[in-house]
Design a protein around this ligand. Structure first.
Ligand SMILES: Cc1ncc(COP(=O)(O)O)c(C=O)c1O
Length: 430
């Protein structure tokens, strides 16, 4: 059973909190770098393997920058994400732009930056041509629909998912693009999310390699790269095991040799766009216990809430909780661990066995490094909290400050509200 540990002692954490009050997310740079290297090592056999980190998981330019140093690019799905990649020095074809329901301005920006555009629908060919022009390289997102039987709780069954082109459309789309002068082709899919079964990723590769062979044999389309998307799960529960990346890499290698090499289609570049598995386990939401409440159940209320991490409320997801300094104590109390939103599902944990908790205890919520801060929102006037980096050299750096009331009121600076002065005044009075 994997033990959930922390990259800092209670004393170190108290020192950090003296400078940066809770709640905040803190990311462990050394662990993220090490983890990223493990993914790259699993595919070291693959010609020019590329990981495009899914910015949506952890949209912070400081993190993107050190991932770039490891040779990692960016998967972007919006204009701000393209700009974040640019801020981190990730440029050109080190960016894949995989969006859906895309506005023209975003296609134009992706074209201008030289990013690889991954189209989500066959109708987007005309839309792209009209608004941004046809690039030299293009990719399409494949949705196998009923051809793939196993679904997954986050993405669902492929035929129920809004993403990608059907098989029939894929077979039409590439020749259309070839006719429009496209010289280089990629193909993409993402049919699973937060998946811990290593064989699922090998099955996805099998499916894509077969399609690539079919595109070559029947339509003379040479696919330059295949992107299997993200979706590698992480062990949120202590009893779960991480995905064996070396096993996945070797399984995909075998399939590559049997399908791609054997059919003379080498070299085919392999890409992934993992987010969660890169940063997820190495980001922690740190909070303080503000209140205890005993009614029909026992509650501990934190200064963090689901605006800091909405996965438990959204998916009923398990996130492990450590009460700092009480790691060795018996888990002989049962609590719901709550935030302060006017929403009854604002709970980080329900009926969780924990040590006796006191007001003022520091609570760390694990595996909050991906799809955590990123999914934050301002409901109930909650302000987004800070992000910190525990640097590889042991220091701690602020990589995003906490929002202020002035930030919250910033978009109300329109004539109709007459609130600009009031907002400033209330900020000054704090
Ligand atoms: C197109 C696409 N690529 C990559 C990812 C990253 O997935 P994960 O963080 O689970 O690896 C997502 C997640 O939503 C996605 O939609």
């Amino acid at each position: 059973m994997a033990k959930k540990t922390l990259p800092f002692t209670k004393q170190q954490l108290e020192e950090i909190i003296r400078q940066y009050p809770t709640p905040f997310h803190i990311y462990d740079e050394a662990a993220i770098r090490k983890n990223a290297r493990q993914l790259l090592a699993a595919f070291s056999w693959a010609p020019r393997f590329k990981e495009y980190f899914a910015i949506k998981a952890t949209p912070n330019p400081v993190i993107l920058k050190f991932l770039r140093e490891e040779g990692i690019g960016a998967d972007c799905s919006s204009l701000p994400e393209l700009l974040l990649a640019e801020m981190a020095g990730i440029t050109g074809e080190d960016i894949m732009f995989s969006s859906n329901d895309t506005p023209a301005a975003e296609f134009q920006a992706a074209r201008k930056m030289g990013a690889i555009i991954n189209l989500d629908d066959i109708s987007h060919i005309d839309y792209l041509e009209k608004h941004a022009g046809i690039p030299e390289i293009i990719s399409f997102r494949y949705n196998p629909g009923p051809l793939m039987k196993n679904g997954n709780t986050i993405i669902g069954y492929p035929e129920e998912a809004k993403y990608g082109l059907t098989k029939e459309q894929i077979l039409q789309a590439y020749p259309i693009m070839k006719g429009k002068g496209v010289k280089r082709f990629g193909i993409h899919t993402m049919v699973i999310s937060n998946e811990l079964n290593a064989d699922s990723f090998i099955a996805t590769a099998d499916m894509m390699f077969d399609l690539i062979v079919e595109l070559k044999k029947n339509l003379e389309i040479d696919i330059e790269f295949v992107n299997f998307g993200g979706g590698i799960g992480i062990p949120y529960k202590p009893e779960q095991e991480p995905v064996d990346l070396a096993y996945v890499g070797q399984g995909i290698k075998k399939s590559y040799e049997e399908k791609i090499t054997a059919n003379g289609l080498q070299p085919l570049r392999i890409a992934m766009e993992c987010g969660r598995m890169i940063t997820g386990p190495y980001g922690y939401l740190v909070a303080t216990v503000l209140h205890k409440k005993e009614i029909y159940k026992n509650y501990v209320g934190l200064d963090a809430c689901m605006t800091n991490l909405m996965r438990p409320a959204l998916y009923g997801a398990y996130h492990h909780i450590t009460v700092v300094g009480k790691e060795g104590l018996p888990l002989d109390h049962v609590y719901d661990v709550t935030g302060s939103l006017c929403e009854n599902n604002d709970k980080f944990a329900v009926d969780r066995q924990l040590p006796a908790i006191e007001i003022g205890d520091r609570v760390v919520i694990h595996d909050a490094g991906a799809h955590g801060f990123a999914m934050g929102f301002n409901y109930n006037g909650k302000l987004r909290s800070a992000e910190l980096l525990l640097k590889a050299d042991g220091g701690v750096e602020l990589i995003r400050r906490a929002e202020t009331i002035a930030d919250y009121f910033a978009t109300l600076d329109v004539p109709a509200t007459g609130l600009q002065a009031a907002a400033t005044k209330s900020q000054n009075n704090l």
